[in-house]
Design a protein around this ligand. Structure first.
Ligand code: NAD
Ligand code: LMR
Length: 340
């Protein structure tokens, strides 16, 4: 395109400088895997966020196109594209928050663990970049299998000597988003009114919805509990099957990821009382990682909430999920400690 007349143009650098002078606050956010099914709508949602001043989009494919497109939206965040491994460093330099939806999605008939062989290596490489270029950033991991990719990230960060468990999150917000939606349908209220904690992990039976702690309080019949538990645990598979080989949840995931990222940024900005479910390094069970409610603040996790009261059905689900979650965690740890 034709060069714009120099003095009419406010370049990205100038816009950033204006913000840095206090014109508007804002954080630097990188999305790794930004050209993908989740990455593109997530990039759009983050570009709309008033909390974001700089948005770095990294992928091994198509980032220049996505950036050209997104940069025409008249929101103040500056967008820059980074393509391929050589540009991973500059994509990450100085970032406050790094969101990672890079990797292959499921096709019908696959489990999330079937993605391990490809996605484990992708996450390892990307986290090595984070360890080197922005070790203090908050990290949001979306790439599946989350039950294993978060332990992989932790091991990589430990190896690099920069692991801060308070800053590493496996994103399980989509499970909460689904639970809220499905429960709202059953009890007949606006989904905005509903909050259901979902604990455990992010695959099949490791997804443990705690309907007994749902807000608003509601007494579900056994049939409703069975229906809701099954639908929440298999929400991902429902989408994979509907898409018939064209991928897995992208729009609802981008929505959930943006919601979780906004919570992280609001917390970084100093807002108090930010509580989310996430898959984190914690001691709420004997397992080293577990999705539970956490309070997030300026330095990441500030408080980890216990599981809270569970009914007999939920306690049974909890015991059932532990062996599978344990195995997925060990698989991730081993991948870094004794690489295949
Ligand atoms: P997609 O294939 O549409 O997009 C993935 C993107 O990652 C592509 O643009 C690809 O080029 C990029 N990529 C591949 N290797 C990369 C690398 N080394 N560095 C940077 N980018 C790289 O897939 P999608 O639908 O966006 O899903 C992405 C991942 O998110 C999958 O693993 C999927 O299972 C997972 N997912 C997780 C949740 C969750 O709740 N946590 C929900 C939905 C999907
Ligand atoms: C989801 O829950 O939608 C994601 O984990 C994608 C998948 O494979 O189901």
């Amino acid at each position: 395109h034709m060069e714009a007349p120099e003095r009419n143009i406010m370049t990205g650098v100038e816009r950033e400088a204006t913000r840095a002078r206090g014109a508007a606050p804002g954080f630097k956010v990188a999305i790794l895997g930004a050209a993908g099914g989740i990455g593109q709508p997530l990039s759009l949602l983050m570009k709309m966020s008033p909390l974001v001043s700089t948005l770095h989009l990294y992928d091994v494919f198509n980032t220049p196109g996505v950036v050209a497109d997104l940069s025409h939206t008249n929101t103040s965040a500056v967008v820059r594209g980074f393509l391929g491994n050589d540009q991973l460093g500059p994509a990450l330099d100085g970032m406050d928050l790094v969101i990672i939806p890079a990797g292959v999605p499921r096709k019908p008939g696959m489990t999330r663990d079937d993605l391990f062989n490809i996605n484990a290596g992708i996450v390892r490489t990307l986290i090595e970049g984070v360890a080197k270029h922005c070790p203090r950033a908050i990290i949001n991991i979306i790439s599946n299998p989350v039950n294993s990719t978060v332990p992989i990230a932790a091991e990589v960060l430990k190896k690099a000597g920069v692991y801060d468990p308070k800053r590493l999150f496996g994103v399980t917000t989509l499970d909460v988003v689904r639970a809220n939606t499905f429960v709202a349908d059953v009890i007949g209220v606006d989904p905005k009114m509903v909050d259901v904690p979902v604990l455990g992990g992010h695959a099949g039976i490791t997804i443990l919805p705690i309907l007994s702690q749902a807000t608003p309080k509601f007494t579900f019949t056994d049939k409703e509990v069975a229906y809701l538990t099954n639908r929440i645990q298999n929400g991902g598979t429902e989408v994979v099957e509907a898409k018939k080989g064209a991928g897995s949840a992208t729009l609802s995931m981008a929505y959930a990821a943006a919601k979780f990222a906004e919570s992280c940024l609001r917390a970084l900005q100093g807002e108090s009382g930010i509580v989310e479910c996430a898959y984190v390094d914690c001691e709420v069970t004997e397992l080293p990682f577990f999705a539970t409610k956490v309070r997030i603040g300026r330095s990441g996790i500030e408080e980890i909430y216990p599981l809270g009261p569970l009914n007999a059905h939920e306690r049974e689900g909890l015991e059932k999920l532990k062996p599978e979650l344990h195995e997925s965690i060990q698989k991730g740890v081993k991948f870094v400690q004794n690489p295949p």
